[in-house]
Ligand binder design. Structure first.
Ligand code: PSU
Ligand code: MN
Length: 308
């Protein structure tokens, strides 16, 4: 039963939720702002297929014509990919205006969590999360993703965070907000393109069942908010840290020079890093998202099994 007048849950997703079958939420900023067309659309469809192959129903999330959507059609995914950066990047603060004006919005991790929670979806797979930017002690640029993890009941499975961010400060922030940071099969927070960042996680977990138990325990105790899981990029697709870090440093310098600020910062840095590293980083990016989608589907299934 959907009591939210702004929310459309796709029939297949609604049926799965009603029957306690696993569902995985997927975000759309990665489609419109994170990858070039047509690879963005191909990847979004491949990610959905991976979720299915691993036993769950995919629910790609976006705002279409002012409606909050949990579960998109192929045409809607194609639209978000083709329009690309023309689609408004929608974080928490953007939702009221986008909905009131009947606009389209590509949802960030924060907004995807919000809509997933409204629909009753508990597990969400993405590439990388936002965090505390380098220099945030002056700019105060801290992603709304972190605040959302503090308050919204969704597990986010990612490949860690890119070092366009200050990973140390990002972990401090999450600690303050009481968000568990879990390494999947690792003691270190992965750094997106690379398996290691040099920063430890709170706990290492080695199976989807264990992830599901941790989530169950958190919510059974009434501890609101999310859990962040860092799932390292598969070894064969991981990149040379020297190459990637050089590109990141250059991108940050250029952003400073051009005075890039606010919500444009993350998309600018991501696009720049991609330009500097060519097709390598794009194919790594695609592979790590597929890897996260598979783990999320298995975790969602394990979580459903606990609630039977
Ligand atoms: N980091 C990535 N890839 C991404 C993003 C971040 O490595 O695609 C996107 C996600 O949608 C994330 C958003 O939620 O950027 C964060 O933007 P901001 O820093 O403006 O909150
Ligand atoms: Mn920001």
């Amino acid at each position: 039963m959907n009591m939210n007048p702004y929310l459309d849950v796709a029939p297949e997703v609604a049926a799965a939720l009603r029957e306690n079958r696993p569902v995985v939420a997927l975000e759309s900023t990665i489609i419109s702002h994170g990858m070039p067309y047509p690879q963005n659309v191909e990847t979004a469809l491949a990610v959905e297929e991976t979720v299915r192959q691993n036993g769950a129903v995919p629910a790609t999330i976006a705002v279409i014509g002012g409606r909050l959507k949990a579960g998109l059609s192929k045409d809607e995914i194609e639209l978000l990919g083709r329009e690309g950066a023309k689609v408004t990047k929608a974080s928490r603060r953007d939702l009221p205006a986008i909905v009131a004006r009947g606009m389209n919005g590509a949802t960030t991790v924060a907004t995807t969590m919000i809509i997933a929670a409204m629909a009753g979806i508990r597990v969400f797979a993405t590439g990388g999360v936002g965090g505390v930017h380098r220099g945030a002690e002056v700019t105060m640029d801290i992603s709304a993703d972190l605040e959302e993890l503090a308050m919204t009941d969704v597990m986010v499975i990612c490949a860690g965070a890119k070092s366009i961010l200050d990973l140390g400060l990002t972990l401090e922030y999450l600690e303050t907000k009481g968000v568990p940071v879990i390494g999947y099969g690792t003691d270190e927070l992965p750094a997106f393109y690379t398996r290691k960042s040099g920063f430890g996680v709170d706990y290492r977990v080695d199976s989807p069942e264990e992830l599901a138990k941790l989530l169950r325990a958190k919510w059974d105790m009434g501890l609101r908010g999310g859990v962040l899981v860092g799932n390292p990029i598969p070894e064969e697709y991981s990149m040379d840290p020297a190459v990637i870090n050089k590109a990141i440093d250059e991108a940050i310098e250029e952003a400073k020079r051009l005075g890039i600020r606010g919500k444009a910062t993350t998309p600018f840095l991501l696009a720049k890093v991609k330009d500097l590293t060519g097709g390598d980083s794009l194919s790594s990016n695609i592979q790590l998202v597929l890897n996260n989608a598979a783990l999320a589907a298995k975790t969602a299934a394990a979580f459903c099994a606990l609630s039977r």
